[in-house]
Design a protein around this ligand. Structure first.
Ligand code: ZN
Length: 446
């Protein structure tokens, strides 16, 4: 079925913003794109950009927003609440919660999500009758919210860098016993249209080195993305040095984890040699500035990584905020605070990180750009809101002025998912979110 849109302005890559762009779509793919065209089809006002990719998500962490800021919000108040939520979720509750969270993402212009998923088993640590009941709940949720998903099924086996076993309580839900059992379970996952199954090693804390090979081999066999939390906090680096005598990045290098299908999430505390190892293996990195800020992690070396051969992508991780524009400018603004210097990373490059690089990191190499042959993901942002007015149709307006609230319309694979700031299938998304969060966490206290 042929469809057509007419964009008042559209970012076509680089520094090019074109006017009056007609876009023809067939079977969810852009088949023609022409600037300076007469108006035909559905009009998208404002600036149209490609779909944003949220490369690092733990959907259930959304339930902690605002609640974890009590008691001044230490790392420990956050972790306690996170484990409380992890201990309560059933597949049905998770499907409802994730559906609402993914709808929030769609409203923010996000067209693909990388779900870093480790909540596999029942509260006693036993497999559900469908051993992928939780993963399938997330797949259903993404499809209902209209997003593409890469389910990064996560191997999580130990509770410390020294290989200590998982503790009692919610951690028991994470473990598959060993890497081969993890691979066997993941092999039985079926990916419907719009879903890819990838892999994750939770971290060097959660997977002993002997168990990394089965995960790495699985991703090679399936040519699938492999993600891993890495060097987020200095304590993790210190523990790795104490136990293994090397940094987490060096440990990953020595056990074959680094490659052009790998994404190191956070990559905050790196040595020069770590940076060289990531570059020489074309390993990508995913920064999550709003979460790194919220948890007090630190600032990673973006300028040294953003021009490397691997994708430089962005994620909202703990969902303290779901706003990829904020993540994109956060990379530059955090760097300014750190260096006390301005203008280190071009707005164009930051918008590429949020779009084409992000999709590449999730295995959707045919998405994230407005060009013939790409998936038809169109995100229209308002240029006349109180935040964006006066800046004009520029890449700088998108990166430094827009917020998620400025997204008016979202088309994913040629299907309108958000129209005039409303999710077409989940119209009252705020109420749906509130109900899903209350079902997990109880009503909010005053
Ligand atoms: Zn994470």
């Amino acid at each position: 079925m042929t469809q057509s849109w007419w964009c008042e302005h559209a970012w076509l890559g680089g520094d090019t913003v074109a006017d009056a762009v007609s876009i023809t779509v067939d079977g969810g793919v852009i088949t023609a794109l022409q600037p300076d065209s007469p108006r035909t089809g559905t009009t998208l006002r404002g600036l149209v950009i490609p779909g944003l990719a949220n490369v690092h998500s733990h959907a259930f962490h959304r339930a902690l927003r605002s609640r974890t800021q009590r008691d001044r919000g230490s790392f420990w108040t956050w972790r306690k609440l996170m484990y409380d939520a992890a201990g309560r979720l059933t597949p049905e509750m998770y499907r409802e919660l994730a559906r609402a969270v993914y709808a929030e993402m769609a409203l923010a212009g996000i067209t693909a999500v990388g779900e870093f998923h480790y909540l596999h088993h029942d509260t006693g640590g036993r497999p559900y009758s469908d051993p992928n009941a939780m993963g399938n709940a997330l797949i259903d949720a993404a499809r209902e919210a209209g997003l593409r998903m890469t389910l990064l099924d996560t191997c999580y086996l130990s509770s410390g860098v020294d290989g200590a076993p998982l503790s009692d309580g919610p951690q028991r839900r994470f473990g598959d016993g060993d890497g081969h059992s993890w691979a066997e379970r993941v092999d039985s996952l079926k990916a419907p249209d719009g879903v890819l199954v990838g892999a994750a090693i939770h971290s060097v804390r959660a997977v002993p080195v002997a168990e990394m090979a089965p995960v790495v081999d699985w991703t090679a066999r399936h040519d699938a993305p492999l993600h891993i939390h890495s060097s987020e906090q200095t304590a993790e680096v210190d523990q790795c040095l104490a136990v293994h005598g090397c940094t987490p990045t060096a440990l990953m290098r020595d056990h074959g984890v680094l490659s052009d299908r790998t994404t190191a999430v956070h990559a905050t505390h790196l040595t020069e040699r770590d940076i060289e190892d990531l570059r020489s293996t074309a390993t990508g990195v995913c920064f999550c500035p709003t979460t790194e800020r919220d948890l007090g992690d630190g600032v990673g070396p973006a300028p040294a990584l953003i021009d490397g051969p691997g994708p430089f992508s962005l994620g909202s991780d703990s969902h303290a905020v779901i706003d990829l524009f904020e993540e994109a400018r956060g990379v530059e603004l955090d760097e300014r605070l750190f260096r006390r210097e301005r203008g280190l990373l071009a707005a164009r490059r930051l918008l590429e990180a949020a779009t084409v690089d992000g999709h590449r990191a999730l295995g959707w190499s045919d998405a994230g750009a407005l060009q013939v042959g790409s998936r038809a993901d169109l995100v229209a942002v308002d240029l006349e809101s109180v935040r964006t007015a006066g800046g004009g149709a520029t890449v700088e307006t998108a990166v430094f002025a827009c917020t998620a609230a400025d997204v008016t319309d979202v088309v994913i694979d040629g299907r309108p998912v958000v129209v005039d700031r409303t999710h077409v299938d989940i119209p009252d998304t705020g109420a749906v979110l509130a109900a899903a969060i209350a079902a997990v966490m109880g009503e909010p206290k005053r």
